[in-house]
Each structure stands twice: as structure tokens, then as C-alpha cells.
Design a protein around this ligand. Structure first.
Ligand code: FE
Length: 343
């Protein structure tokens, strides 16, 4: 995270926990009459442009602390009523759902948010709201795979893909959420059969990152895999002729597994009204366009045009299940993947 002058008026509130946990001070670059503080697991380059635009529109300065989701959630639990944080921004519904169960997010009632954000992308209890959408879909080698050979996530368990499949590690929450969605649709034993088939078909051991998986397909180490769309977006941006393409599975079934980045107002937010304003603004047209194009994701709202590169990948049917369901099934998904020896 970047560090510049720490906002004077929050210093007192901030100093004690900062010294206690030796974290860096909140990034802050300007003085405004009003303020709020965000804890974010999204990287600085993906949030600062939004906060700058929000300050321009509303004269409310946003200070922020970035870090991994686990420590940020723990921090909020420890700080309790003394937290300087007003809003928690996280990636993946699995993380948002977990934060929602830890007593650190308040129930927010906003007719605007409920209107603009489809129900599947927000907590039924109002503790968190999706702000951008990403699809976790199939990627394939355009040299070695005909798209007609692809159909569903389950089909990647078929022996015809033996020695041809690449996966990211099961430890990444993206795959926990994907498998949780499969438990929702196929039941535990159905999902386990599919995951076992995937493991049988692996060409090489699972990767630490989606970007490594895409490189492996490009290099010929495997022919198909599963990644989040924006990782393909980045690879395609640096090589427009990349011999890899996206495929939308389950189009006549459950649809493509989608997930979100999102946010919720903290239980003990010192600037609750400002946090409410920011959260509503993040679902507004201006920020939705920024959110969609910055990281090659999809706006959470259906009425906002897609980034041209994202649009070039085509429309698809997304899985309509409420993402809170993937949170509830995270633990079962982890156990299932262990049983299937998916590392
Ligand atoms: Fe990611």
C-alpha cells in the first residue's frame, strides 16, 4: 500500500492499533472536510481511482488500509468498537460470507442497493453487497482443442481429458467457491465424483496462480483449465494473438460459475453515514463503469455497458444461485477436495 500523510483527525484512533500490530498507516493523500476509512483486500490500484472519484463527487475523503482478507477480518474482530474502519471491501463471496458470520458487518437496508444489485450478488441479510462480477470459466488451447469438444465443468472429469487438464490449487478460495457451487447443484457425491475425475485428468500438479495456468496452456503443458476471466484478460492484453481462448460451460444447464468483489459497512463504523454514501455510490453508474473496466471484470449491474475487451468474449448464461450458498458450503467443499486428493 502507498503511504503519504496520514489524516490528522483519525490519527488518535488509528495509532494504538497500528502500534500494537505493526501494520502500515492508512494511505491518505488529501484533506477533506469529511472522511471515512476502508479496509480492503483489493489492491491499491483497484480502489484508489474509485475513492478519488468519490471524493470529487461528494467531498468525502477516503483513507484505506489494504491487506489479506484473513488478517483484515481478524483485525476488525479485535478492534471491536474501537475500529477506525467504516467499510470492508473483499474479493470472493466466500470471504464476504465468512466476514458476515463474524459479527463485524452490520445489516444495511438500502432500497437503492437492493434495486440495483441483483439478489444473487448480495447477502440476503444485507451484510455485504457485490460490486463487480467475475466468471470462473474454462480456458483452452486454440491449437489443440476444438470448442465443440467442450461442454460442462463436469465433462472435464471425462477420461478423454486424461493428462490434458490444468487446475489452480484447491487452497484458493475461488476453487472452494466453485466446488461449493457444484455441491449445491450436484450434491456431495455428485460433486466429489467430478472433482475426483479432474484430479485423475491432471497433466501437472495444481498451480499457485491462474496466470501460471494460462501460461502452461500456452506452453503446451496442458490443453484445458479453469480460470477467472480477468486473468485471461490480462494475458490477452499483453499478447492479443495468444493461442488460448475462453469457453462458457453449462450453457444449457446451471450456467457459468460467477463470483464477486464486494463490500459491507462495519458493525462499529465511526462514519456510518459516509460509508453508506460510498457503498451506494459504488453501485452507481459512474463507479460501475470504472469497476468493470479497471480489472476486466463485469459490472454487477445489468444495465452498465461492458468494457470492450470483456464484451469481445461474448455473452453467457451465469449461474443464478445466490452466492451466500457458496459461503455456507465452503467447509464441505474443502473436505471434499481433501478426500479427492485435490491439492
Ligand atoms: Fe484474483
Amino acid at each position: 500500500m502507498s503511504k503519504s500523510s496520514t489524516h490528522g483527525s483519525i490519527m488518535g484512533r488509528w495509532l494504538a492499533p497500528m502500534l500494537a500490530t505493526a501494520l502500515l498507516p492508512i494511505a491518505s493523500s488529501a484533506l477533506a472536510d469529511e472522511e471515512l476509512v476502508v479496509y480492503s483486500s483489493r489492491k491499491e490500484q483497484l480502489i484508489k481511482p474509485l475513492f478519488d472519484a468519490f471524493e470529487k463527487a461528494h467531498g468525502i475523503h477516503v483513507s484505506y488500509q489494504t491487506g489479506k482478507e484473513g488478517p483484515l477480518i481478524e483485525r476488525l474482530k479485535q478492534e471491536k468498537t474501537k475500529t477506525p474502519a467504516d467499510l470492508l471491501m473483499l474479493v470472493d463471496a466466500g470471504n464476504l460470507w465468512y466476514a458476515g458470520t463474524q459479527g463485524i458487518l452490520e445489516q444495511t437496508h438500502s432500497p437503492v442497493l437492493n434495486n440495483q444489485i441483483p439478489a444473487q450478488y448480495r447477502d440476503p441479510d444485507g451484510r455485504w453487497f457485490g460490486l463487480s462480477v467475475r466468471a470462473r470459466t474454462i480456458v483452452y488451447s486454440t491449437d489443440r482443442v476444438k470448442p465443440e469438444a467442450l461442454s460442462t465443468y463436469a465433462d472435464l472429469a471425462d477420461p478423454k481429458w486424461k493428462g490434458r487438464l490444468c487446475l489452480r490449487t484447491s487452497k484458493k478460495i475461488y476453487n472452494k467457491s466453485l466446488v461449493a457451487s457444484m455441491i449445491h447443484h450436484h450434491g456431495e457425491s455428485g460433486a466429489e465424483k467430478i472433482v475426483r475425475g479432474w484430479v485423475d485428468n491432471l497433466a501437472v500438479k495444481p498451480f499457485a496462480k491462474d496466470s501460471h495456468l494460462i501460461k502452461a496452456i500456452e506452453a503446451g503443458a496442458c490443453d484445458v483449465g479453469i480460470v477467472n476471466t480477468y486473468y485471461f484478460g490480462r494475458a490477452e492484453s499483453s499478447n492479443p494473438d495468444i493461442p488460448v481462448a475462453l469457453f462458457w460451460p453449462d450453457q444449457s444447464g446451471n450456467g457459468v460459475h460467477v463470483n464477486i468483489s464486494g463490500a459491507g459497512i462495519t458493525q462499529h463504523a465511526p462514519h456510518k453515514e459516509n460509508a453508506f454514501k460510498l457503498l451506494n455510490w459504488l453501485a452507481g453508474a459512474e463507479s460501475q463503469k470504472i469497476l468493470g473496466s479497471m480489472n476486466k471484470e463485469y459490472p454487477v449491474r445489468g444495465d452498465i455497458p461492458w468494457d470492450p475487451q470483456v464484451a469481445s468474449w461474448g455473452r453467457f448464461v451465469a449461474d443464478p444461485m445466490n452466492l451466500a450458498e457458496t459461503g455456507k458450503r465452503q467447509a464441505a467443499a474443502v473436505k471434499l477436495m481433501q478426500r479427492a486428493r485435490y491439492k
